[in-house]
Design a protein around this ligand. Structure first.
Ligand SMILES: [Zn+2]
Length: 340
């Protein structure tokens, strides 16, 4: 619809609707918007009052027509030593930047949420199975960037380990298995003697206001833990850990207080009669250990194991699921609004 017809339509609607028609119109519009949710999210983000250039951070930007995918394009003005002169849209620097066919994204997400296989989804939407596979990973990695900036109050920090997985590695097909390792079947132990190198360390931190931070560590070393966690602890927070040495210096540097929780006594007798009753408000590692368990259940139950390379994506999905449920609009809109 051209601009003039649209303006006329708006004026007519403003002038002559009775309340019943207004309510009816609201229903029709919300149906139209939810059918084209992804495009609506992109359009809404493009109409934000303050748009920041993702290349240089300047806010001196102007609208610059539509790009070939139909998204609003912006141009970062270059003057007085500010700005970079580049163009962008609201999806630049997000995993969705190079994806086409935004009109199908919403239905794709709904079908994936509903548990439809990738093959069936691709047949239904008439996209190639390769595109469907790529989309799944783009959408999965969307919330990976959403993490709590600072954890405050009582913070529980602990690591867990997942078996390193090369699932999906092209090396298997080319007769060149990664890390020179024989195939292992999901759910089995790493081997009779689990070697340390087959374990991927995962760091998790949660606070009691719902803040959470997850990281795949390069190694279980002070350097790796500090790199991941160093700036995430708020000054004055109370940090509970299992007493691993690395934590004390990190906590001290953050200006927080350190509480060491001794490991639970897990003798068979203690297990049989049960632990002491939980005292609310006591310092424990209960919350963060529950988070570890839910990650493992999530990965092995729902996704039948995932490749280590994709762990940050799946952990981002889990965070979003635990924070706000799976509202498809929020799922798309929050990472786009938060992108830098
Ligand atoms: Zn710029």
């Amino acid at each position: 619809m051209d601009t003039r017809t649209f303006e006329n339509l708006k004026r007519e609607l403003e002038a002559g609707l009775d309340p019943d028609q207004l309510v009816e119109l609201e229903r029709v519009l919300s149906g139209l918007i939810s059918a084209r949710m992804a495009e609506a999210v992109i359009a809404r983000q493009s109409h934000r009052r303050r748009i920041i250039c993702p290349h240089c951070g300047s806010d001196d930007v102007v609208k610059d027509g539509k790009d070939k995918r139909g998204h609003q394009r912006f141009w970062c003005r270059k003057r007085n030593g500010h700005g970079c002169g580049k163009t962008f849209n609201v999806l630049t620097n997000t995993p969705l930047a190079r994806m086409r066919k935004a009109d199908l994204w919403y239905r794709f997400l709904m079908m994936q949420r509903g548990g439809l296989s990738l093959l069936r989804t691709s047949e239904f939407l008439k996209i190639s199975s390769r595109t469907a596979w790529r989309w799944r990973h783009c959408f999965l990695s969307l919330p990976a960037s959403l993490q709590s900036e600072k954890l405050d109050g009582i913070v529980e920090v602990d690591e867990t380990f997942l078996l390193d997985s090369f699932k999906g590695s092209r090396g298997w097909k080319r007769g060149n298995p990664p890390a020179n390792r024989p195939p292992r079947y999901r759910g089995r132990d790493a081997s009779h003697a689990v070697t340390f190198s087959e374990q991927v360390p995962i760091l998790m931190a949660v606070d009691r206001a719902g803040g959470r931070y997850h990281a795949v560590l390069e190694a279980r070393s002070t350097k790796a833990i500090e790199k991941a966690l160093g700036k995430r602890i708020a000054m004055g927070a109370i940090v509970c850990t299992d007493g691993l040495k690395s934590y004390s210096s990190i906590v001290r540097k953050a200006g927080a207080e350190h509480v060491v929780i001794p490991p639970p006594n897990r003798s068979w007798l203690r297990k049989a009669i049960g632990g002491k009753p939980r005292v609310p408000g006591r310092f424990t590692l209960g919350r963060v250990n529950a988070e570890h368990e839910s990650l493992k259940t999530f990965l092995n139950g729902r996704f039948k194991g995932v490749s280590t390379a994709y762990l940050p994506s799946y952990m981002g999905w889990l965070r979003q699921a635990r924070e706000g449920g799976f509202d498809t609009k929020d799922y798309l809109e929050r990472p786009i609004a938060a992108r830098r």
